[in-house]
Design a protein around this ligand. Structure first.
Ligand SMILES: [Zn+2]
Length: 331
């Protein structure tokens, strides 16, 4: 009797432990790490087969992941997010739209291939998709210029090609796909104030709403890249003054404006990581190059998500609060 009671107590303890948030969080991280390792293994496999550097496969996969998350379809956490349309996969004149037969797909000049050696070309299988993509790109060649052409033929969208090239640059520079860390744009030890100003009206340049958050700080406070990414724009803009735009690996464009100046060693296409100083707080803008002092010094920080054909602004405030809190708690 006593033993039975002890046993149930033990079961309860195990159950409680396995349901505790801490345990769940740890399991998620291990799971995410395993998924990342498995992805990397597949990218390297596709690279070995095609001589195309692994970072391009990683970049195509990440690009499609950001797009499928956006359009809310394909929410399954598939290892590889690349999805080839059924018609393209099986071949335009293939009477069987969901064909997985390798010979039939080849006969109808379909895109599908068998990458994991199970004899089937399954368009939801990551290894099969990567194999098919590798064979497609190999027709063009493995140089950057040839890959651009191959990707253009595949997506028929210049923005898609640009994003994939940018992501590949980040992976190449940091030799990892673990590039999701983020920080606050100003040193958290600096004097600054900010509040949510999303959608507020503003005066200069016609009727525009305020798309971003203003962080008020003294002249010269360093402005840092919040994420891993690539410099997409740098220089003067009549609204933003001296400004820097960075595309991150989640396909978000980060806009840092009204700087007193930007880091002169940086150029379009350069990679940055969280904390890289890109410029300094100022009051430039609202006029021709060099205009300054029309308003108090502050960093205007905006975030825009790529919606395929254009970028849409979204409120950076919640993310700012979260990264500020996380960084302060680390100190
Ligand atoms: Zn602003």
């Amino acid at each position: 009797m006593k033993r039975k009671w002890l046993l149930s107590l033990l079961c309860c303890a195990i159950l409680c432990f396995s349901l505790s948030p801490l345990h769940v969080a740890a399991a998620n991280t291990v799971e995410q790490q395993n998924a990342a390792d498995e992805r990397m293994r597949l990218y390297i496999g596709a690279s070995a087969l095609s001589n195309i550097p692994w970072e391009y496969f990683a970049a195509i996969d990440q690009y499609e992941r950001t797009m499928s998350k956006l359009h809310k379809h394909d929410q399954d956490e598939s290892l590889i997010a690349i999805r080839v349309a059924e018609r393209r996969w099986s071949g335009a004149f293939n009477p069987s739209e969901n064909d997985e037969n390798v010979t039939a797909i080849r006969f109808f000049d379909g895109f599908g291939r068998d990458g994991d050696g199970d004899g089937r070309a399954d368009r939801t299988n990551g290894a099969d998709t990567l194999q098919a993509l590798a064979e497609w790109l190999m027709r063009y060649g493995a140089s950057e210029q040839e890959l651009r052409i191959g990707l253009w033929d595949y997506y028929e969208n210049l923005r898609s090609v640009q994003r994939i090239m940018q992501f590949a640059e980040v992976y190449r520079a940091y030799r990892t796909i673990d590039v999701h860390e983020s920080v606050f744009p100003l040193p958290v030890t600096a004097h600054y104030t900010y509040r949510s100003t999303w959608g507020a009206a503003r005066g200069w340049g016609g009727r525009r709403i305020h798309e971003g958050t203003d962080l008020f700080a003294p002249y010269g406070v360093p402005v840092r890249s919040t994420n891993f990414g690539v410099i997409e724009t740098i220089g003067w803009n009549k609204f933003g003054g001296w400004r820097v735009g960075i595309r991150d690996i989640n396909n978000v464009y980060h806009y840092f404006a009204h700087l007193s100046g930007f880091e002169k060693t940086l150029a379009i296409g350069d990679t940055v990581k969280p904390g890289t100083v890109v410029g300094w707080v100022g009051s430039s803008g609202y006029g021709p190059p060099g205009t300054s002092g029309k308003f108090p010094p502050h960093l205007h920080y905006g975030t825009y998500r790529d919606h395929g054909m254009s970028d849409w602004a979204f409120d950076p405030f919640p993310k700012l609060r979260a990264s500020e809190r996380a960084e302060k708690s680390k100190r």
